[in-house]
Write a protein that binds this ligand. Sequence first.
Ligand code: FPP
Length: 226
Amino acid sequence: MNQMKHVAIIMDGNGRWGIKNKKSRNLGHRQGLKTVEMVIEETIKNKIKFLTLYAFSTENWKRPRIEIRFLLNLLESFLKENIDKLDKNNIRLKVIGNLVRFPTKIQNLLTISQQRTKKNSKLQLNLALNYGSKDEIIRAIKLIKKKKYEVNEKMLNKFLYTFGIPDPDILIRTGDTCRLSNFLLWQLAYTEIFFVKKMWPDFTKKDFVNCIDSFLSRDRRFGKRV
Ligand code: FPP
């Protein structure tokens, strides 16, 4: 039986859900936050130690300013309203991505939240923010070259944002779209991928548990013949 340590999720379809149900993409994002809360609870219930959520990509800056502002406000209120709860529930918050483009008050809030929760051990919640996998890999290679180290797999792992985090066992992408969108390209080499038709706000506990159960019964060979 497979064991699961790490679930990664591309939470796609908020905008389409919002337009269809409430006539506003932003209300789709707000609804998506409820699914985030459900998934955090379920991840803990299933004793999975790492959850990585793609919350804002390097490409998301190309969206209209008003939508970007809404997403940043949502992130800010999520942190302000939930940091006590995350800490109390022994959850460690970690950001992967380059934060320099974010407003200073959000950078500060993220730094404080990471600092405050860094000793927590029940679940590590990784938020991918201004994250792009190609950026991450190039950044790692530049850092290795700067230190004049040899470029190899172990060294590259060491300089990625995800150092110390096991590679995802499963990736779930909602929103009826079959692509990786520059998310964890290196780390997903052997990950089992689930493309789900539902939009993120409609993704339920049962859908999540179905992905977990399906993974647990899959045969993973990592390229070996058995
Ligand atoms: C993709 O849907 C979703 C995003 C770019 C943002 C995801 C954000 C949340 C779920 C809420 C904030 C989360 C945290 C953890 C604070 P889309 O807008 O690309 O949907 P579409 O494909 O229908 O346009």
